[in-house]
Ligand binder design. Sequence first.
Ligand SMILES: C[S@@+](CC[C@H](N)C(=O)[O-])C[C@H]1O[C@@H](n2cnc3c(N)ncnc32)[C@H](O)[C@@H]1O
Length: 214
Amino acid sequence: MIQEYDYENHWNKAYQNNMVEKLGWFEDDPIASIDLIEKCNLSKDALIFNAGAGATTLITLLLKKGYSNILVNDISSLALDKLKSSINNNSNVRFIVDDLTNPTTSLNIKNVDLWHDRAVLHFFTSKDQQLSYFNLLKKIVRKGGYVIFSEFGIDGAKKCCGLDIVNYSEKMLQNRLGEEFILLESFNHQYNHPSNGNTRKYIYTLFKRKTCLY
Ligand SMILES: C[S@@+](CC[C@H](N)C(=O)[O-])C[C@H]1O[C@@H](n2cnc3c(N)ncnc32)[C@H](O)[C@@H]1O
């Protein structure tokens, strides 16, 4: 029998064994994400779904900016516990521990105004994982809603946290989403870890789902 890799355990260990600030993907100021989010001109009660949020500082920043309807997801309950304590259990944030490549509770979410993913999709290397991820996205993002991806670019790193990754271009992301989503903006961004000198080349993209199909 083929033993499937235990991703939940892998990610829980990453968060258990390291302080959040020491993690290779830690951002003290997620400026590229926040810039794209502000371009969506969402109302403050818009439903924001942060896929694979980990313990990101983006949530603190969104709360500071007045966003009040934030749903955070991760496969690692430990990551979300750390995030929860960093925002003092703020009631404007709800938490969903779920696997984006085999979703269960997330399938019940409706009318997401913005799907935000930084450094998550690129870990899904098999066609089945990618299909489940995009099926979920297309099920829960409303028409007229927005999608932000921030993944390792074509000339970016090939591994992260000991795992293989898929390098993305804007065209690959467009192909995965299909014609129903329009690319509004795309740029390359070099990530510099605030303390350990880690650098990574990312591509950031902002898409909008059409309100009608023609
Ligand atoms: C490199 S970290 C990025 C975390 C966060 N987005 C950020 O920018 O700080 C990848 C995150 O994806 C989460 N993750 C990995 N596989 C996942 C899956 N199948 N479903 C949900 N989350 C997953 C991990 O637990 C981890 O928190």
